[in-house]
Design a protein around this ligand. Structure first.
Ligand code: ADP
Ligand code: MG
Length: 664
C-alpha cells in the first residue's frame, strides 16, 4: 500500500511529508462551540449509552466541562463502550455538529487526559491511499523515526545551515512528522524545502559547469537540408520561430555542446523548430532522437516528422506498445545506422538501445519528464546536443531555477490567423449551456473534448470521467459518438480511443488530462472542463490549447463546482488571459512556485516538494548558496572532502554526475 504512494524504502517514508497539520492543542470551552468547527474539547464523562441509529447502533459518550455538555459518537462501534466510564477525564477533537438537540463529535480522536500533554494533538495530515489513512501513515512514520532516526546524516554544509537559519537534518525530520508546535513545523518545512531546492540547483549548476568545460564537438557546417525543409512548408515561419532557429544554428556551429530549452505556448509551432534541428543533425552525418512523453504523442510526432521530411531522412518509431519483433528490427536498423531520426517514448532511454552515431536529442513537452530523466538522457545517450521543449511557459525567474543548466529560447508569437479561444466559466447550475454549445458544434461537423479531474467516483464528489461519459451518452449527447480516454485504460485501448478521435470517428472525447499534452486535432473546436477548480491555471491553459488549432472559432468552458468565491475568481481570470506567460506569472503570484515543481520537474520528491510549500525566497536563497558552492568547486578545481555526503546524495538522486564529468 505504501508502494502505491511511491514509498519503497525507509528514506522514502521519511520523505513522505504531511501536507498540513491540524493543531488541536488549543482546548475550547463547550459553551463556545459552533457547528461545523474543528475543535478540541476536554471534560469529564457524565454518561455512556448505546442508542439506535439509522445504520445500526451508536455509542454516545457524554462529557461535561462545567460550561456545557457534548457527546462523542461512534456508529457501529459499540464494542468501544468498555473503554469509557463515568468520571473519566477525556480530551477529544473532531468536527462539531448540532444534532439531536445537542453537540456531537462523530468519530473523534480522543485521549485520556492523564496522557494529554497538549502536544500529541498536533496531527500531521498525509496524503492517504486506499487502505491506508493518514493516521496509520503517521504511526508508521513515527515508528520509522524511532527505529532509524539515529541514522539520519547531516548533508547540508554547516556554514550554509547557519547562514540560512535551518534546523539540523534530524530535527527537521522529527519536527515535520511530530511537531512540538506550529512554529517548529514551519521551520522543519523550510529546512526540508531548502534542502530539496538546493540539491536540484547544485546538480543543475554542476551539470552546467561540466557542460561548459566539456570537450569540443565537431561544428555543424551543412544546413542545406533543414533549409530545404523550411522552403517546403506551406506557411512562412513566424519571427519567433526564425529567431529560435537562428539561435540553435549558432549553437550547432559553435563547436560547443548545445543545451537549450525552447519554451513556447501551445500552438506556437515548436514542432517545426524540432524538425529543423533533427534535420540539421542528419545533414551533418549524425542520427537524431525525438523523445515524446506519451505513446500517443510519439505516434503523432512520428507521422508529422515522416510527413515533413519525406525523401529527406529515414525515420523510425520506437514505442512501448510495439511487438518485440518490431522493436528488435528497429533497434537493429538503428545500430547499423539505417535510421536517421528515431521518434519514440522513454523506451529510447533503455540501455539496450544502441545508436550508430547519435548527435542530437530533442525532448518534447519536457514538463512531463523529471529533471533526473533529462540529466540521465544527456549523459547516457552521449549525444552532444540537447534541445528540450516545453509548452508550459514558466516565468523567467523560475525557468532559471528549474532549468538552470540550459540556455533559453522563447517563441512568444503565434502563427497568424489564429483566433482566440472564447473562454467562459460556468457555475454548476448553468452547466447545460456548455453542453448545448457542444451539441451545436458537433452538428456543424466539429469535435469536442470533455475533461474531468478524476477517473472514478470517489469521496471527493468531483465528477468522474466514467460518470460524465455515461451521463452524456444517455443524456445531452444521445446519438453522438462519444469516446472515453483515461490513464487507467490498457495502453492499447487508450491509444485506440485517441486514434478514433484523431480520425474523426468519435465526435466527443471524454477524458482525463491524458489529452493535455500536444494532441493536435484541428477539427476540435470545443472543450468543456468539469470541476475546473481542481486544476492549476497552467494546466487549464494547456487544456484550452487543445482547441483553436485551426482557423475556426473555438470555445473553452470551465465548469466551476467549488465553493469559494476566491477560487471562482481565479478561474475567471482566464476568460481574459490568453498568453501562456501571463497565465504562468499569475499562477506564480497566486499559488507560489511549488506547483511548477509538481510538473514532474524533480524526480523522487515530486509529490513532496509541493507539500513543502516552497516559496520564492527559498528558491532564491537556495540558488545563491548552490551557485557559491559550485563556483568554489570550479575555482579550486577539486571537490572538498567535507562535501562527500552532499555529493553522494546528489549522485544518488540525479545519476552519477561526477563520473560523467570524468568521462566527458
Ligand atoms: P506546439 O508548439 O504546441 O507544439 P505545433 O508545432 O503542434 O505547436 O504547431 C501547431 C500547428 O501550427 C501545426 O499544425 C503546425 O503545422 C502549424 N504551424 C506551425 N508553424 C506555423 C506557421 N509559422 N504558420 C502557420 N502555421 C504554423
Ligand atoms: Mg507540441
Amino acid at each position: 500500500m505504501l508502494a502505491a504512494l511511491g514509498v519503497k524504502t525507509v528514506q522514502d517514508l521519511l520523505d513522505f511529508f504531511p501536507f498540513r497539520i491540524d493543531d488541536f492543542s488549543r482546548v475550547q470551552k463547550l459553551k463556545d462551540l459552533r457547528p461545523g468547527e474543528k475543535v478540541t474539547v476536554a471534560g469529564r464523562v457524565v454518561s455512556v449509552s448505546i442508542v439506535p441509529s439509522i445504520r445500526g447502533r451508536a455509542l454516545r459518550v457524554g462529557i461535561s466541562d462545567g460550561t456545557g455538555t457534548c457527546y462523542l459518537v461512534w456508529y457501529n462501534m459499540v464494542y468501544m463502550a468498555k473503554q469509557f466510564y463515568r468520571g473519566q477525564q477525556l480530551v477529544a477533537s473532531g468536527k462539531v455538529e448540532w444534532r439531536r438537540r445537542s453537540w456531537e463529535l462523530a468519530h473523534p480522536r480522543w485521549e485520556q487526559t492523564g496522557e494529554f500533554s497538549g502536544q500529541g494533538l498536533i496531527v500531521p495530515i498525509y496524503h492517504a491511499t486506499a487502505g491506508l489513512n493518514s493516521s496509520m501513515i503517521s504511526r508508521i512514520v513515527r515508528e520509522a523515526l524511532d527505529t532509524y532516526g539515529h541514522l539520519i546524516d547531516e548533508c547540508l554544509p554547516e556554514p550554509i545551515r547557519r547562514r540560512q537559519g535551518l534546523l539540523s537534518q534530524k530535527q527537521a525530520y522529527v519536527n515535520i512528522h511530530c511537531p512540538r508546535d506550529t512554529q517548529m513545523w514551519e521551520k522543519a518545512r523550510r529546512t526540508l524545502a531548502f534542502r530539496e531546492v538546493f540539491f536540484l540547483q547544485f546538480a543543475l549548476l554542476l551539470m552546467k559547469s561540466q557542460n561548459e568545460r566539456a570537450k569540443p564537438v565537431a561544428p555543424y557546417t551543412d544546413f542545406s537540408l533543414p533549409q530545404a525543409f523550411i522552403e517546403s512548408l506551406p506557411f512562412k515561419l513566424t519571427g519567433a520561430q526564425q529567431r529560435t532557429i537562428d539561435e540553435i544554428r549558432e549553437d550547432l556551429r559553435s563547436g560547443r555542446t548545445m543545451n537549450r530549452l525552447l519554451q513556447g505556448d501551445v500552438g506556437s509551432g515548436k514542432t517545426v523548430v524540432a524538425v529543423w534541428s533533427l534535420l540539421a543533425a542528419v545533414a551533418n552525418g549524425y542520427q537524431a532522437a525525438f523523445l515524446a512523453p506519451t505513446e500517443v504523442l510519439a505516434r503523432q510526432h512520428y507521422k508529422t516528422v515522416v510527413g515533413f521530411t519525406r525523401g529527406m531522412a529515414r525515420v523510425g518509431l520506437l514505442s512501448g506498445s510495439q511487438s518485440a519483433q518490431e522493436k528488435r528490427i528497429t533497434l537493429e536498423r538503428l545500430a547499423e545506422g539505417l535510421i536517421d531520426i528515431l521518434v519514440g517514448t522513454h523506451a529510447m532511454l533503455e540501455p539496450d538501445v544502441r545508436w550508430a552515431r547519435l548527435g542530437l536529442v530533442v525532448t518534447d513537452e519536457q514538463h512531463r519528464f523529471g529533471v533526473r530523466q533529462r540529466l540521465r538522457l544527456s549523459y547516457e545517450s552521449n549525444a552532444p546536443h540537447m534541445l528540450v521543449m516545453s509548452a508550459t511557459p514558466i516565468p523567467r525567474s523560475l525557468a532559471i531555477t528549474l532549468f538552470g543548466d540550459l540556455d533559453l529560447s522563447v517563441i512568444d508569437e503565434l502563427p497568424q490567423g489564429r483566433k482566440r479561444v472564447y473562454t467562459k466559466v460556468f457555475e454548476e447550475r448553468s452547466r447545460h449551456l456548455a453542453y448545448e454549445r457542444v451539441k451545436k458544434e458537433v452538428a456543424m461537423g466539429h469535435q469536442a473534448y470533455v475533461v474531468c479531474p478524476v477517473i472514478r467516483q470517489s469521496k471527493s464528489g468531483r465528477r468522474s470521467v466514467e460518470q460524465v461519459y455515461e451521463e452524456l451518452k444517455t443524456g445531452y449527447l444521445r446519438g453522438v459518438n462519444v469516446g472515453l480516454a483515461h490513464g487507467d485504460m490498457p495502453r492499447e485501448d487508450l491509444a485506440k480511443a485517441m486514434q478514433e478521435f484523431v480520425e474523426g470517428k468519435v465526435q466527443v472525447l471524454v477524458a482525463t488530462t491524458v489529452i493535455e499534452v500536444g494532441v493536435d486535432v484541428e477539427n476540435a473546436t470545443c472543450i468543456v472542463i468539469e470541476g475546473a477548480e481542481s486544476f492549476g491555471l497552467a494546466t487549464l491553459h494547456q487544456l484550452r490549447g487543445r482547441v483553436g488549432r485551426g482557423s475556426k472559432q473555438s470555445y473553452c468552458f470551465m465548469i466551476f463546482s467549488g465553493e469559494s468565491a476566491e477560487s471562482a475568481a481565479r478561474l475567471k481570470a482566464l476568460e481574459n488571459l490568453h498568453d501562456g506567460f501571463s497565465v504562468a506569472e499569475l499562477d506564480l503570484r497566486q499559488r507560489g512556485p511549488g506547483q511548477f515543481f509538481g510538473l514532474k520537474q524533480h524526480g523522487v520528491s515530486e509529490i513532496n516538494i509541493q507539500d513543502l510549500g516552497v516559496t520564492q525566497d527559498i528558491l532564491y536563497s537556495a540558488r545563491q548558496e548552490a551557485k557559491a558552492l559550485v563556483d568554489a568547486i570550479e575555482a579550486s578545481g577539486q571537490l572538498p572532502l567535507e562535501l562527500s555526503p552532499l555529493l553522494s546524495i546528489v549522485n544518488a538522486r540525479f545519476g552519477n554526475l561526477l563520473q560523467h564529468a570524468r568521462s566527458r
